[in-house]
Design a binder for this molecule. Structure first.
Ligand code: SF4
Length: 401
């Protein structure tokens, strides 16, 4: 095994690090050194000193979920009075608001709701594309695709094909947590997708021509070695397909969850981001997770390997339910990027540059508070739901006139 100095030289020379070398660097390299190494990798890939961001809306179309992951504070069981499904009209309204602030896509993810068949998603995607032809749908993480495959009894590639035909543009990398089955069993998320199943959805999506993102939620029950194993599994699929556009990592948010515990520190976040930049040598883009870490650590991320500030969030429901949610609108994100010495540019889901900050081009409403999926206490059931067959007893009852 090389010394830390030897490993640092290897990273500086642009050579790939092995699993053992990554574990050694992650455990023993001083934080400042890890940051400098990650920043060096970032600078080789992005020498132009630009930091990008996207204006989009993070919509959670339903909170009803049968998966019951123990780290999740967002879901409600089938039949819960607090369960909701958003109506098509509510979603159109959210898209109108997104477009008004310069937004170009919806990031749409939700619970595994047994009462929403594949045809509901297809009709929704078609309706959105008919009204907003150039608006993009970055939707349905791998476990949701697997849920739809089980519900419809169609193989995963067929589900992906049907969703693409209806208007799906890209798959978000949610639900990866840690891609090691020992950890997934402890988090009660092994049933929704094993590590192999998650990675296979991404392989199929890439083969079908979609680009996707990859994520890691750390800070629950995993070891440092398992974090590295997660990164190596992503690096392996990226070697095969080249289909991942970006990697995003965030820390587990423990409030109101069954698993409970405490949140990882900001220092752990920066070290984890830095080692990800070093290990994921075949990923172009790493996002800063300011929604969980706050603007200040988000800004520091730009010195620890990140080259993208992620999304100008207009809405957030999932980490807010678990006790964390910072808010920055476009002006605030741009201020953080520019103060760190970079130029700020708007991008699309493929990381193509769309232009300068939109608030400098035209007047846009300032968004100083994040919206929620539903107003508190709104228990309305969308009109169109009665056209779709429900699977659960509670769903069938709710749809009987
Ligand atoms: S993380 Fe997703 S799949 Fe798991 S319980 Fe929450 S909503 Fe359901």
């Amino acid at each position: 095994m090389l010394s830390i100095t030897g490993l640092a030289d290897k990273v500086r020379a642009g050579e790939r690090v092995s699993a053992d070398e990554a574990v050694e660097l992650y455990a023993r390299a001083p934080t400042a050194l890890l940051g400098r190494l990650a920043d060096g990798v970032r600078a080789r890939k992005h020498p132009e000193r630009l930091v990008t961001y996207i204006i989009d809306r993070n919509v959670n179309y339903t909170n009803v979920c049968v998966a019951k992951c123990n780290f999740c504070a967002f879901y409600r069981p089938v039949g819960s009075p607090e369960g909701y499904v958003l109506g098509f009209d509510e979603l159109f309204r959210k898209i109108d608001e997104t477009i008004a602030v310069g937004g170009v896509q919806l990031l749409m993810q939700g619970g595994h709701n047994p009462d929403l068949p594949l045809s509901w998603y297809e009709d929704l995607f078609r309706a959105i594309k008919e009204r907003y032809p150039s608006f993009k749908l970055h939707a349905l993480s791998p476990p949701e695709v697997i849920h739809l495959s089980r519900l419809s009894q169609l193989p995963v590639p067929a589900v992906i094909e049907r969703l693409i035909a209806a208007g799906l543009d890209s798959i978000p990398g949610g639900g990866a947590e840690i891609l090691v089955d020992r950890v997934r069993k402890l988090l009660h998320c092994h049933g929704k997708a094993t590590a192999d199943e998650w990675l296979d959805v991404m392989r199929h999506a890439h083969r079908a021509g979609l680009r996707t993102t990859a994520t890691m939620m750390y800070g629950t029950v995993e070891t440092d070695q398992e974090r590295i194993e997660h990164l190596l599994r992503l690096r392996g699929v990226q070697d095969e397909t080249g289909g991942f556009t970006a990697f995003i990592t965030w820390s587990y948010q423990p409030d109101h969850t069954e698993l409970a515990g405490s949140e990882a520190t900001g220092l752990d976040y920066l070290r984890t981001l830095a080692i990800a930049r070093i290990v994921l040598d075949n990923f172009d883009n790493l996002q800063a997770s300011w929604v969980t870490q706050g603007g200040k650590v988000g800004q520091l991320s730009l010195a620890y390997g990140a080259n993208d500030m992620g999304s100008v969030m207009i809405e957030e429901n999932v980490v807010r339910a678990a006790g964390a949610s910072y808010c920055m609108d476009e002006a605030e994100i741009v201020r953080n990027i520019e103060d760190a010495g970079f130029a700020a540019k708007r991008r699309n889901m493929h990381y193509d540059i769309l232009g300068d900050p939109i608030f400098r081009e035209r007047d846009v409403p300032r968004m100083l508070e994040l919206a929620t999926a539903r107003a508190d206490g709104d228990a309305s059931i969308p009109e169109e739901l009665r056209f779709y067959p429900a699977r659960s007893k509670a769903g069938k009852q709710a749809r009987t006139p």
